[in-house]
Structure formats: structure tokens, C-alpha cells
Design a protein around this ligand. Structure first.
Ligand code: OSB
Ligand code: MG
Length: 368
């Protein structure tokens, strides 16, 4: 396979509602799409899940644009590639910048699956035809509106509810939720907002029977997460801490993690995601697929990876309509009773709505 040219699209899309985490509020998504085109004119698509500001991690949309334009796309374009795994070697010299790498790799995986005429889920080794999904709800100013959202999402059939927490918006919020919904599968995501000094608060969360607490401490603090896990009963799930197979292996070995949130962008792509999946299977670590407020293109890649056997907890891949007035794919992603069908068409299995892509593009660049 040879990539003849790559098109980069800078997309600006407003979400239907603002989304608030411990690190900030986001409503306008500024992100990138990557289209990789082969000698036959076949296109593969990938999404770069960065935001305008480096709040979740050090990457941000402009840094990814620069990485892709100057380093990553030139490393791939016009090269003979046998398999998408080959990109690991082509990218090897360039450190981190995982979301940028993942976006281009995702486009190559889509193209590879399409050139074989098979669904990406199958190419990746997926075995499931249906996947289970939950929903992630942002921090709300007012508890009644959060309770109302939870009720709506439970009624829609989402398989578990994740709520965002931060210091001062934690115990009271969780207590109210449990008072109203004693039995729902519930978890909390702190996005790194605590330190070991908060151990009392974190311990107090044990009373709420949470499925897990996601990323309580800073991303780099694997040792402190191991210390914390010895003190609390709620299983620790890591998100921001896991950037690679080696990170995952070390976190498991240290006892820092009992459940992993996989984000394909954060770990540098589907090849690395597959390796972490296999490791979790071997080590009996439950695994689920997180989200980064993706458009349908990133969402489609999330569905494909979640079809692998050891994604055994509901993920964050909610319906398109939860985020967007109009998504960039056809058909849109529709969750029914907390389940999604894995598409059977070749590649990502959804058509890219080029008109919508054009309508939301604020800058483009062709690299050949
Ligand atoms: O920590 O999982 C997170 C969104 C943006 C950045 C980080 C996170 C999230 C979510 C939302 O929780 C997941 C989604 O619905 O896409
Ligand atoms: Mg998270």
C-alpha cells in the first residue's frame, strides 16, 4: 500500500451543550481530520482528538497540526507500507505527540481495511457484533439538573453512568445521586484533580459502591496511585496516566491500576491499543473504551476497537446526538438500550459526510 497524499482538515464544531470537567469547560471543539489517499484514489479517515487548549494533556490542536504537517505526514507519504503497524517504526524517532500520531495511523488503518474490503473491526481482530455503552456526564452547577440528566440517560438505557467530580463537588454530589439512584452502575472521573493529601475524601467515596474512580491523581503519579489503591476499596481506573503498552504494564505491576480506560488517541493509535488490550486480557484487567467528545469519525474507530473481546465494561461512546446537532458521518451513531451495532461495511463502516466536513472546515492542507 502506498499513501499518495494526505489531506488535513481543521474543524470547528460547536457541541449542543457545554461539557465541564475538573480541568475546564468546553463547548467549541477545534480538532483535526486526516484523510489518507492511496494510488487508487481510495480514502481512509482519522480524527485527532485534541482540543484547542492543552488541558487534558500537553497536546493541543495547533501542536498536532504542526506535528502532522512537518513530521508525521512526511514520514509516511509515498512510502511503501505493508501494514498499519509499520507506522510505529516510521514514527519512532518522534517523541510522544500520541494524538497526532494516532490520527494519521487511524486513517491508514481505515484505508487498509477498505483496501481488503473488510470492516475495520474485523481487521483489528474484533469479535463482537454489538458493544455496550455508558455515558459520561459533566460537572453541573446545580445538582437537580445533574439528577435530571442521570434520570434521562438511565431511561434511555445507557449501561452505566459516569459523573465528573472535583474537590468540593464530590461527596455531596455522589450522596445525592445514590439517594436517588441506589442501584445504578455508577462511577466517578476526577481528571487528576486530587493528591494524596485528599485521601480522607477519596476514602469516603468507598461508601457509594462505585464501579471505579477514574484518574484521581496526576497523570505521572503511578506510585501515588499504588499508595492510594492500598487505602481505598473503590477500584482505581487510569485514563490520563496510560500513554503506552509500557505505561500499562508498569502501572499493573505497581498495583496502581485495576481497570483501564483505553483512549486510542492517548496511547498513540490502534496498534498500541491492541497491544494494551492483549496485556489486559493476560493480566485480567477489565478494560473499556473512553471518549474525547469525538465527531463520528473518531467515534467509528472507538466502536471498531471496542469490538475486541476484552473490552468487557461499557464504554463512553454515546450517540452522535448527545454531542452534535449534525454529525460528520452517515448514518449517525445511535445507541439503543445501551448498545451499539458494530457496522459491517468496509473500513470504519460509516460514510463520511463530505458536505458537513466542508461546512465545518476552517483550514485545510494537502501534503504529497
Ligand atoms: O476524562 O474521560 C475523560 C471528555 C474530554 C476529555 C476527557 C474525558 C472526557 C469524557 C467524555 O469523559 C467522554 C465522551 O463522552 O466522549
Ligand atoms: Mg477520564
Amino acid at each position: 500500500m502506498k499513501i499518495e497524499k494526505v489531506k488535513l482538515y481543521k474543524i470547528n464544531m460547536r457541541m449542543r451543550n457545554p461539557f465541564t470537567t475538573s480541568f475546564g469547560t468546553e463547548q467549541d471543539r477545534l480538532f483535526l481530520l486526516v484523510e489518507a489517499i492511496d494510488e487508487q484514489g481510495l480514502s481512509g479517515w482519522g480524527e485527532c482528538v485534541t482540543s484547542e487548549r492543552p488541558l487534558y494533556s500537553e497536546e493541543f490542536t495547533q501542536s498536532s497540526w504542526y506535528m502532522l504537517e512537518k513530521f508525521l505526514v512526511p514520514a509516511v507519504v509515498k512510502k511503501e507500507i505493508d501494514h498499519p503497524d509499520d507506522l510505529q517504526e516510521l514514527f519512532h524517532a518522534y517523541k510522544r505527540n500520541n494524538m497526532a500520531k494516532s490520527a494519521l495511523e487511524a486513517a491508514v488503518w481505515d484505508l487498509y481495511a477498505k483496501s481488503k474490503g473488510e470492516p475495520l473491526a474485523k481487521t483489528l481482530g474484533g469479535v463482537k457484533s454489538k458493544i455496550q455503552v455508558g455515558i459520561s456526564l459533566g460537572i453541573e452547577e446545580n445538582i437537580d439538573s445533574l439528577l435530571e440528566s442521570i434520570k434521562g440517560k438511565v431511561d434511555e438505557g445507557y449501561k452505566r453512568i459516569k459523573v465528573k467530580i472535583k474537590p468540593g463537588k464530590d461527596i455531596d454530589v455522589l450522596r445525592e445521586i445514590r439517594a436517588n439512584f441506589p442501584d445504578i452502575p455508577l462511577m466517578a472521573d476526577a481528571n487528576s484533580a486530587y493528591t494524596l493529601k485528599d485521601i480522607k475524601v477519596l476514602k469516603a467515596m468507598d461508601q457509594f459502591n462505585l464501579m471505579m474512580i477514574e484518574q484521581p491523581l496526576t497523570a505521572g503519579d503511578l506510585i501515588d496511585h499504588a499508595t492510594l489503591q492500598k487505602e481505598i476499596e473503590t477500584p482505581i481506573c487510569l485514563d490520563e496516566s496510560i500513554h503506552s503498552y509500557e505505561n500499562a504494564r508498569q502501572a499493573i505491576e505497581l498495583g496502581s491500576v485495576n481497570i483501564i480506560n483505553m483512549k486510542v488517541g492517548r496511547v498513540g493509535g490502534l496498534t498500541q491499543a491492541k497491544k494494551i488490550h492483549d496485556l489486559c486480557e493476560k493480566e485480567n484487567i477489565p478494560l473499556w473504551c473512553g471518549g474525547m467528545l469525538e465527531s463520528g469519525i473518531g467515534r467509528a474507530h472507538n466502536i471498531a476497537i471496542t469490538s475486541l473481546a476484552n473490552f468487557n465494561l461499557p464504554g463512553d461512546t454515546a450517540s452522535s446526538s448527545r454531542y452534535w446537532e449534525k454529525d460528520l458521518i452517515e448514518p449517525e451513531v445511535v445507541v439503543e438500550q445501551g448498545e451499539l451495532l458494530v457496522p459491517e461495511k468496509p473500513g470504519i463502516g460509516f460514510d463520511v459526510n463530505l458536505e458537513e466536513v466542508e461546512r465545518n472546515t476552517i483550514e485545510r492542507k494537502v501534503i504529497e
